[in-house]
Ligand binder design. Structure first.
Ligand SMILES: [Zn+2]
Length: 314
């Protein structure tokens, strides 16, 4: 796991969040997750009861494309427990390269993705194979793609930051939903130095009290959800020896990753699809109508000038 260190001026605020959450979790057992029907619901439950509580703002966006119940009521079922997040557009990327929709984005800065064996799906392919250093690491292409794209996005949207080492949280399931074993791991990518890292897997439940969160998982979550304040970036050794070789394999597409990624409104179209009508990309009816209207206004103005005795600019 990469070393995450604290910058002194940020300690009081985010440390208060950690202490408050630990105290709250001590006094209250983790609500039951029985009855949740898919991984997105369990990840939403974690965003509401763990990640959001440890962050400086509790807001998060749940992908509106995902299946499952869409309700303001928290899925734990406890009376009065409502979601602090909302359903919306979580699309990221660019249609000409990788694009997809993480299940949850916390505070516009951290993707959270449920990972099950064999998941990843057709939109999980990045188009390149990222070299990793250990065969024991997660091989989920969706998670790798989201982590890489998110780091490039943060670099473009927040060029003022000291470093662009950006995490993504994976929530894994060893058995079906809560009944078995749920665990947490972190993937990080630095789009400035082309380094991809991954943490070990941490059980979410306490080994002695299964209805409570494991404190190691709480601490790791706190470090990650506050990475903007706490992460000081890669060490020199990591920059030199842990290259992911993504820059090389992306080739000319690297420019798209550096300059043309977006968050939200990322259309799911393939620009190379010959069946797509060409006017989609050359002109569209709205722009043509605006252009006609502008021409009419210019002609009207010219007429009035002409009637008032002005020449056309000779
Ligand atoms: Zn709840």
């Amino acid at each position: 796991m990469v070393e995450l260190m604290m910058e002194e001026e940020n300690i009081p605020g985010v440390l208060g969040l950690l202490c408050g959450t630990i105290l709250a979790l001590e006094n209250e057992p983790v609500p039951s997750v029985h009855g949740l029907t898919d991984e997105t619901e369990f990840t939403t439950f974690l965003a509401n009861h763990l990640f959001g509580k440890l962050a400086t703002t509790t807001t998060y966006t749940i992908s509106e494309k995902k299946s499952g119940k869409k309700t303001k009521q928290c899925l734990c079922g406890k009376e009065g427990c409502t979601l602090t997040g909302r359903y919306g557009d979580t699309s990221i990327g660019n249609p000409t390269v990788w694009h997809g929709s993480p299940d949850i984005i916390l505070n516009n800065s951290l993707p959270i993705e449920p990972i099950t064996e064999g998941s990843g799906g057709p939109d999980g392919k990045l188009g390149v194979v990222v070299h990793k250093k250990s065969s024991s690491l997660c091989k989920n292409p969706q998670m790798i793609a989201e982590t890489i794209v998110f780091s490039f996005l943060q670099k473009r949207l927040h060029p003022e930051r000291d470093n662009f080492l950006t995490p993504c949280i994976g929530v894994g399931f060893s058995e079906f939903l809560g009944v078995g074993f749920s665990e947490l791991f972190i993937m990080l990518y630095d789009s400035e130095h082309d380094v991809l890292l991954e943490s070990c897997k941490i059980p979410l439940s306490s080994p002695t009290q299964p209805n409570k969160f494991n404190m190691t998982a709480v601490l790791l979550s706190w470090l990650v959800v506050n990475y903007k304040f706490l992460c000081t970036g890669l060490t020199d050794e990591m920059k030199a020896f842990y290259k992911a070789d993504f820059f090389e394999k992306a080739g000319p597409k690297l420019q798209v990753y550096n300059e043309l990624l977006s968050m939200g409104n990322v259309a799911e179209v393939n620009l190379n699809d010959p069946s797509l009508p060409q006017y989609c990309f050359k002109d569209n009816s709205y722009l043509l109508a605006r252009r006609r209207k502008l021409k009419e206004v210019v002609e009207e103005v010219e007429n009035r000038f002409s009637q008032a005795g002005f020449s056309g600019g000779d």
